[in-house]
Design a protein around this ligand. Structure first.
Ligand code: PBG
Length: 336
């Protein structure tokens, strides 16, 4: 069937027809807002390379979570910035650290929110690597019990979801076992199964002070050239007990999201990372792109590629956009 019988423009003629034919929809309850939490109270310390984002003390993080819930965002993902770092990253399993404190606070004040806790040592180690060092190498197997210990502390504080981002082999199984042994059989594990060694984490590392003091993370995070390896990683983590798997970063890896979505039956999460967020802001600040439209287009692209759930620093703005969409559509003039 071809022109003039087929006219693609018929389904694009009015906002209502475009809405009818739309294939991909964003849902606020499938958005996850990352929050950086630090010690203290009343602390709001803006992050220069991430406009609108700040390091928050537990009280203000809980207030932020309430504001996010108010606009329909379903989850928050917590990253901790400890008062002090050491070679082991012992702050990661301090039950009175900023992450467990924030978890307890949000559970109390915003019980409808799903609380995700990132598990990694890099924010807590003096050397900035994601695990224990043995010489200049990150020792995989020696790191596993430390990750399990941190996971248990967050789960016992009330985290609904444990999200290991360290990229050590075997950590999902070890964490599952530790959670079950502690009676936390209902705690979900989302593994950062497919996490690339990426230049797009730059602003996050500023925020968390987690830049490696020597070398880089290429011996544990994935090579950006690989997609078959992503399938192996996702299947391995599911076999160890991951309830959901993540692909990270997002937009440079849309093909990977699609490939993983086509091969697994668990929910797939995409992480639109700090560098993706910073780029959109930087271009918008120069007047080169329209931020509200670009942010929506990027989010739709990640969902269309196959992500069911989206972690994004734009969660609040996207949720507001979703809520006002119906009104905006109704108000728009048809364009012919
Ligand atoms: C910790 C971790 C990182 C991110 C999430 N968890 C940084 C890294 O691996 O260096 C990056 C998130 C972002 O850039 O928004 N391992």
């Amino acid at each position: 069937m071809s022109f003039p019988i087929h006219r693609g423009r018929r389904l694009r003629r009015t906002p209502a027809l475009r809405a009818l034919a739309r294939e991909t929809h964003l849902a606020a309850d499938q958005l996850v807002a990352p929050l950086f939490v630090c010690p203290g109270s009343g602390v709001r310390d803006p992050i220069a390379s991430m406009p609108g984002q700040a390091r928050l003390s537990p009280d203000l993080a809980a207030r932020e979570a309430a504001a996010l819930a108010e606009v329909g965002v379903g989850s928050v993902l917590l990253f901790g910035i400890p008062a002090a770092k050491d070679a082991e990253g012992s702050g990661a399993w301090d039950p009175d650290g900023p992450v467990p404190q924030t978890i307890r606070r949000i559970k109390r004040d915003v019980p409808e929110m799903a609380i995700w806790a990132d598990v990694c040592l890099c924010e807590y180690t003096s050397h900035g690597h994601c695990g224990l060092l043995h010489g200049r190498e990150v020792d995989n197997d020696a790191t596993l019990p430390l990750l399990a210990r941190a996971s248990r502390v967050y789960a016992e504080a009330g985290a609904d979801v444990i999200a290991p981002s360290d990229m050590m082999d075997g950590r999902v199984g070890v964490i599952r076992e530790a959670l079950d042994a502690a009676g936390c059989t209902g705690t979900v594990i989302v593994s950062y199964a497919v996490k690339y060694a990426s230049a797009f984490y730059g602003p996050f590392r500023d925020a968390a002070g987690s830049t490696p003091q020597f070398g880089d993370r290429r011996a544990y995070q994935m090579d950006g050239a690989n997609v078959r390896e992503a399938i192996r990683e996702a299947l391995a983590d599911i076999a160890e007990g991951a309830d959901m798997v993540m692909v990270k970063p997002g937009m440079p890896y849309l093909d990977v999201i699609r490939a993983v979505r086509d091969r697994v039956d668990v929910p797939v999460v995409a992480y639109q990372v700090s560098g993706e967020f910073a780029m959109l802001h930087a271009a918008a600040e120069r007047g080169w792109i329209d931020l509200p439209r670009a942010m929506q287009e990027a989010a739709v692209a990640l969902n269309r590629a196959g992500a069911d759930i989206l972690i994004t620093y734009f969660a609040r703005e996207l949720a507001l956009q979703i809520a006002s969409e119906r009104r905006a559509v109704a108000a728009m003039e048809p364009v012919r």
